[in-house]
Write a protein that binds this ligand. Structure first.
Ligand code: DAH
Length: 347
């Protein structure tokens, strides 16, 4: 009987094929179909059985069932083997060598202006101040009117301003945060600094930027005097620069303070003797300040007879440029990493 021979040969044929096969589950599936599928060898033998005698059919039936089981076992064993091999290979290729040196990620640093702001915050918080903030889009009322700069006041010209509409503008100074804080505190003492961005319609050059940073200060309480202002600024200058620095106050004008002063710091390059940086004067201007104008106090609900105090406005770029001897304000805003990397803290 040819069919019987074909069946008996199938086992050897299959194991030969499987032995030579790559670890490929799809291929295995195809090969299995060649033997056990609808058109495979077993099915083929069965379909020819109708031409055989009863005895032959019985024998062939039993035989083919046995062979079928053996083939199934053979293919199952191979499937397991392939799967195990695949897993093993994957484990091998994905092992991590924990002894390899790490790859360090490039990290950024804190912008020099933000470093200055953080230093200012630190030292003023140390003196009992708190940090207040206000919006960069401000009302004309808070940015000017309540600071004693009514509409049409000539001192408004000092600050060329970006208006959004007649009542809204990009704040030209951080002083409106004073107004906001006074309105919130309703006559109570205040001790704040307010760092933040301000905007002016200026052409950018080495010393001007249409957007820069200020740090406002406001202290209101009983019996606060200009001497307290001087102390608060001298302390700042000595911590920001060095402990031998001096400051001097020169009379000036700001609509929101009376009297108003401009504050100079002794030149750190020549020690006060005179050099090109201080234009041979020994002094460098760093900020404006003064005693808060009675009108400003009244407009925000404070009684000048009960409470008074001082305010100041530090130019953050200015003191950062002095501290690190930077000669062009545009360096802060052009994002050249060669410049910025110099201010990265060493780890
Ligand atoms: N706001 C002023 C400016 O931008 C700076 C200033 C001066 C702020 C005197 C003050 C101050 O609080 O009292 O030029």
């Amino acid at each position: 009987m040819d069919e019987l021979k074909e069946l008996e040969g199938a086992i050897d044929l299959a194991s030969n094929e499987l032995n030579q096969m790559d670890d490929d589950l799809n291929l295995l599936q195809q090969k299995k179909a060649n033997y056990l599928g609808k058109k495979g060898i077993i099915a083929n033998v069965m379909s020819n059985m109708k031409n055989l005698s009863n005895d032959e059919r019985k024998e062939l039936g039993m035989k083919s069932n046995k062979i079928k089981v053996l083939l199934e076992e053979l293919f199952e064993k191979k499937r397991k083997e392939i799967e195990d091999n695949i897993v093993e290979r994957k484990l091998k290729s994905e092992t991590i060598d924990v002894t390899l040196p790490g790859v360090s990620m490039p990290v950024g640093g804190i912008h020099p202006l933000n470093q200055t702001v953080m230093e200012l915050e630190d030292l003023y918080i140390g003196m009992g101040y708190r940090v207040a903030e206000g919006p960069e889009i401000e009302t004309d009322e808070f940015c000017f009117e309540k600071l004693n700069l009514p509409k049409g006041h000539p001192a408004r010209d000092m600050q060329d301003t970006f208006y959004i509409n007649p009542e809204l503008l990009l704040r030209s100074q951080t002083s409106p945060v004073q107004v906001r804080t006074m309105l919130e505190e309703k006559g109570k003492p205040i001790k704040i600094i307010c760092p933040g961005k301000v905007y002016r319609r200026d052409s950018d050059d080495a010393t001007h930027s249409h957007q820069f940073m200020q740090c406002e200060g406001l202290v209101l309480g009983k019996d606060i005097t200009l001497a307290d202002l001087k102390g608060a600024l001298l302390e700042m200058v000595r911590k920001m620069f060095d402990k031998d620095r001096q400051i001097r106050l020169r009379p000036s004008f700001f609509p929101f303070t009376e009297p108003s002063v401009e504050v100079d710091v002794s030149c750190g390059i020549c020690g006060g003797k005179g050099c090109p940086t201080c234009k041979n004067t020994g002094w460098i201007e760093i900020l404006g300040a003064g005693m808060v104008n009675d009108n400003v106090l009244r407009m925000s609900g404070y009684d000048p007879k009960e409470i008074q105090g001082f305010a100041f406005g530090i130019g953050v770029e200015r003191i950062t440029m002095l501290k690190y001897k930077i000669d062009d304000i545009r360096n802060f805003y052009t994002n050249d990493v060669r410049f910025l990397n110099q201010f990265k803290e060493e780890k």
